[in-house]
Design a protein around this ligand. Structure first.
Ligand code: NAP
Ligand code: F7E
Length: 437
C-alpha cells in the first residue's frame, strides 16, 4: 500500500473514533484534529530517530534540528551548536540533548524469563531501551536465561492471571511498548491443563489489553501469536490470510489471543499487533521442546551420559528458525507507522526425523542407532506439517532469517555439548556458536 493510501486509511480510522466520541464533527474540526494528530506523529518520529543517535552523532547531525527546535522552544533562529563557547557547547543545546535522551523508550516484557524474553531483553538493551520485565511469584526464582543482563532490567512482580497486578506494573514502568510473551507455551501440556492454558494464554491477553486501555492507550502492544493456530489447515504455505484450524487447547487459546488483539485494535484504536511466529529455537529453548530435547540428548549420548533418545512422532514437519532473529521481527512490528499482523518464518520445513539425523551427524553419529519411538510422546491430535509464507514480513519490514536450518542444529548441539562436558575438555570451532548464545 502506498504512503498516501496508508495515511488516508489512518485518517479515516482516527476520524471515526473522533466521531464516535459524540463531539460535534464539522469539516473544520476534523481538519484541526488531524493536523494535531499528524504534528504529534511527526514529533514522535523525530524524537525516536534522535534517541537512537550517539551523543556525538546527535550534535553532528543535529545542527538544523537544534536550530529548529530552539526556534520552537525559545523563539530564536540562532543555531547554538554553531556558536560553541570556550567551555564547549552552549548550555541550552546540552539541555536539549539531555531532555531528548531523558525520554528514552521504555518496554515492558511479560514472559521475560522465557526463551524469547531473554533474547528480546538483549535486543532492547542494545537499542538503549529502559527494560522492565514482569515476573510471576515462585518459591524458587530462576533467572537462568537472563542472569547475564539482570542488573540492567527492572523486574516487576505480576501475573497474567491477575489484572490488578498488570495495572500496577504498567503504572510503575510507564512503558511505550509492551511485549506479551508470557504463556503456558508447551503444546503437549495444554491437554493436561486445558483450563489453565485458556486462563493464561487466552484470557491473559484480554487482561493485559484492559490494563493498557486503563493506564495508557497510547502504549504499543505486541501479542505473541503462533503458527499452531493454523494447525490442520489444508492451505500451504500459511500466510496472514490463511484460516485457522487449531489442534490443541494451546492452539485454541492462541486463536483467542490473536482475535482479541485484533478486536481491541479495531474497537479502541490501540496500536496492537499480533506476530504469527513459526517455531523458533536456540540453546535457551526449554528442554521439553523437541529440538532442544534432541540437541541435549545427542550431547548426552556423545559424552557417554545416555544411551538412547526417546521421541514421539518423527514425521511431524515444522518451519524452524533461530529465536534471536524472531525477536527482531517483534521489535520491527512495533516500529511501523500502522499496526499490522505478520507471519514470521523461514519458508522451509523439515521433519523431526531430519532434525534428529542432522543433530547426530553433527557429532559423527548415526541417529538410527540411538532414536527410539515412544508412544507416550504422541499427542491426542497432531499438527502434521507447517510452513510459513513470509512474503509480507520480508517486503514490508525487510526481515529475513540469518541462521539456516543446518546452522541452527549445529548451534544447539554444540551449546549443549559445551554445557554438559566436563570443564577440562575443550571443543574446537566453538567461537561462532558462543557468540550466538
Ligand atoms: P517460554 O520459554 O515457555 O516462556 C514462557 C514465559 O511465560 C515464561 O517466562 C513464564 O514464566 C511466563 N509465564 C507463564 N505463565 C505466566 C503467568 N501466568 N503470568 C506471567 N508469566 C507467565 O516461551 P517462549 O518460547 O519464550 O515463547 C514466548 C511466547 O511466544 C509464548 O507466548 C509462546 O506461546 C509464543 N510462541 C512461541 C513460539 C516458539 O517457537 N518459541 C512460536 C510461536 C509463539 P516462568 O519462567 O515463571 O515460567
Ligand atoms: O513439537 C513432535 C511433536 O513441542 C514439535 C511451541 O513453542 O512451537 C512450539 O510448539 C513437533 C510436534 O513444538 C517429540 O509431536 C516428536 O509435532 O517442539 P514441540 P510445537 O508443538 O510445534 C509453536 C509454534 C508454539 O507456539 C509453541 O508455543 O515435534 N515431537 N517427538 C515431539 N515433541 C516433543 N515436545 N517431544 C518429543 O519427544
Amino acid at each position: 500500500m502506498c504512503r498516501r493510501a496508508m495515511r488516508a486509511r489512518r485518517d479515516c480510522r482516527l476520524t471515526k473514533s473522533f466521531a464516535a466520541s459524540g463531539v460535534c464533527f464539522s469539516a473544520r474540526a476534523r481538519r484541526s484534529f488531524l493536523s494535531v494528530v499528524r504534528k504529534r506523529a511527526r514529533q514522535r518520529s523525530l524524537l525516536a530517530r534522535r534517541r537512537r543517535l550517539t551523543r556525538s552523532a546527535f550534535f553532528a547531525e543535529g545542527v538544523c534540528g537544534i536550530k529548529r527546535s530552539l526556534r520552537e522552544i525559545h523563539g530564536t533562529v540562532e543555531c547554538l551548536h554553531c556558536k560553541p563557547t570556550a567551555k564547549g557547547l552552549p548550555e541550552r543545546a546540552e539541555g536539549f540533548y539531555a531532555s531528548v535522551m531523558a525520554r528514552k523508550k521504555r518496554a515492558l516484557i511479560t514472559g521475560v524469563t522465557g526463551q524469547d524474553g531473554s533474547y528480546l531483553v538483549e535486543l532492547l538493551l542494545a537499542k538503549d531501551y529502559e527494560v522492565y520485565g514482569l515476573v510471576r511469584r515462585s518459591s524458587v526464582q530462576s533467572f537462568e536465561r537472563i542472569g547475564h543482563v539482570l542488573a540492567r532490567v527492572h523486574l516487576l512482580s505480576g501475573d497474567l492471571l491477575d489484572e490488578r497486578s498488570l495495572v500496577t506494573a504498567l503504572e510503575e514502568a510507564q512503558p511505550t511498548e509492551v511485549y506479551n510473551l508470557a504463556a503456558q507455551s508447551f503444546v503437549k501440556a495444554s491437554w493436561d491443563q486445558a483450563v489453565l492454558t485458556g486462563e493464561v494464554t487466552a484470557l491473559g491477553v484480554t487482561r493485559l489489553l484492559n490494563a493498557i486501555k486503563t493506564v495508557d492507550p497510547s502504549i504499543r502492544f505486541y501479542q505473541a501469536s503462533s503458527s499452531e493456530m493454523f494447525g490442520n489447515t489444508p492451505h500451504s504455505p500459511q500466510n496472514e490470510d490463511t484460516p485457522f484450524y487449531p489442534r490443541s487447547p494451546y492452539g485454541v487459546a492462541k486463536v483467542y489471543g490473536h482475535w482479541i488483539t485484533v478486536n481491541y485494535r479495531e474497537s479502541y484504536n490501540l496500536f496492537a499487533v499480533s506476530g504469527i511466529l513459526f517455531n523458533h529455537e536456540g540453546p535457551r529453548r526449554g528442554l521439553e521442546f523437541v529440538t532442544r530435547k534432541i540437541s541435549d540428548g545427542v550431547a548426552r549420548i556423545k559424552l557417554g551420559l545416555a544411551r538412547e533418545l526417546r521421541l514421539g512422532n518423527l514425521e511431524a514437519k515444522r518451519d524452524w528458525g533461530f529465536a534471536g532473529d524472531y525477536c527482531t521481527a517483534m521489535w520491527l512490528m512495533l516500529q511501523q507507522p500502522e499496526p499490522r499482523d505478520y507471519v514470521v518464518g523461514t519458508g522451509r520445513t523439515h521433519s523431526v526425523r531430519e532434525f534428529a539425523a542432522a543433530a547426530f551427524r553433527e557429532v559423527g553419529l548415526d541417529w538410527r542407532k540411538y532414536v527410539k519411538v515412544d508412544r507416550s510422546f504422541l499427542r491426542p491430535a497432531e499438527v502434521h506439517r507447517l510452513v510459513a509464507d513470509p512474503r509480507r514480513v520480508r517486503s514490508e519490514l525487510g526481515w529475513k532469517p540469518s541462521v539456516s536450518f543446518r546452522e541452527l542444529v549445529s548451534l544447539m548441539v554444540r551449546a549443549d555439548l559445551r554445557r554438559l562436558q566436563p570443564p577440562e575438555v575443550v571443543l574446537v570451532g566453538e567461537r561462532r556458536s558462543a557468540a550466538r548464545r
